[in-house]
Design a protein around this ligand. Structure first.
Ligand code: PRT
Ligand code: ZN
Length: 214
């Protein structure tokens, strides 16, 4: 790898990957992706792609293993990370929401006082509730959160919602939004001036692509 390359971490496969790759291709950057390839160097722009799990991306960018990353704001904000958000990318829009069984009445957030909430986002959820004067018990689970109330694991959940279809099919209803999210580009806090110049060039191209879409 040339040291003049900027290194960017993108999700290998999942809800962020297709739109991330599409964006860089629309920026005129040529590179190979797909299959079992975990690294790819562009043939026409000083950039190297690393294909990773999304959860690992903020840490790699903070440590400088990658200079840049594309990640959901929800994943970034759950843990305190010293990275800069350099661009909102406008895709993978979703929200982190509190939900309860559909048959239960909902009045206000006070209803969650002392209750147990299953979530993969215990920090964002408890901070939001505490800001509203509510102390609830966080039950951290890493997936299939929507099943928790029906199996008696928790009284409510706090999870990512996009269409709301998953909540509906699991007998739940959304009652409050904790956080609005979308894909963002993050950067290491101490980029060299050479890498900053490449980032500026990349951001200029992303701006042009985004202007063309509006
Ligand atoms: O394997 P890896 O760890 O890289 O991926 P992952 O499985 O952790 O993440 P992935 O690919 O599912 O999501 C990546 C990012 O996409 C998330 O961090 C969010 O920023 C964003 N995103 C956008 C979503 C959704 N929409 C979404 N709908 N992430 C998850 N969901 C889930 C939601 O929790 C629900 O269970 O999809 C399900 C369907 O949602 P509904 O409301 O449309 O039914
Ligand atoms: Zn993940």
């Amino acid at each position: 790898m040339s040291t003049n390359n900027i290194r960017i971490a993108v999700q290998k496969s999942g809800r962020l990957s297709d739109d991330s790759l599409k964006l860089f291709k629309e920026c005129g950057i040529k590179f190979e992706s797909g299959g079992s390839k975990l690294r790819s160097i562009s043939s026409n722009f000083p950039i190297e792609f690393l294909f990773l799990r999304d959860d690992d991306i903020p840490g790699y960018v903070e440590d400088g293993v990658a200079d840049l990353g594309v990640v959901g704001l929800n994943v970034l904000m759950e843990h305190t990370r010293k990275v800069d958000v350099v661009k909102e990318l406008g895709f993978s829009k979703c929200r982190l929401s509190l939900a309860i069984p559909r048959g239960e009445n909902y009045t206000d957030l006070k209803q969650f006082e002392g209750k147990s909430i299953a979530t993969s986002y215990p920090n964002l959820t408890s901070q939001f509730l505490l800001k509203n004067g509510v102390k609830a018990e966080m039950h951290e689970i890493s997936g299939s959160v929507e099943i928790a109330p029906s199996i008696g694991l928790a009284e409510g959940i706090c999870d990512i919602v996009s269409t709301g279809g998953t909540l509906l099919s699991n007998g739940l209803k959304e009652v409050a939004t904790v956080f609005q999210s979308q894909a963002v580009m993050i950067a290491n806090a101490t980029l060299s001036s050479e890498k900053q110049a490449i980032l500026d060039k990349l951001l200029f191209r992303i701006d042009s692509v985004q202007r063309g879409q509006n």
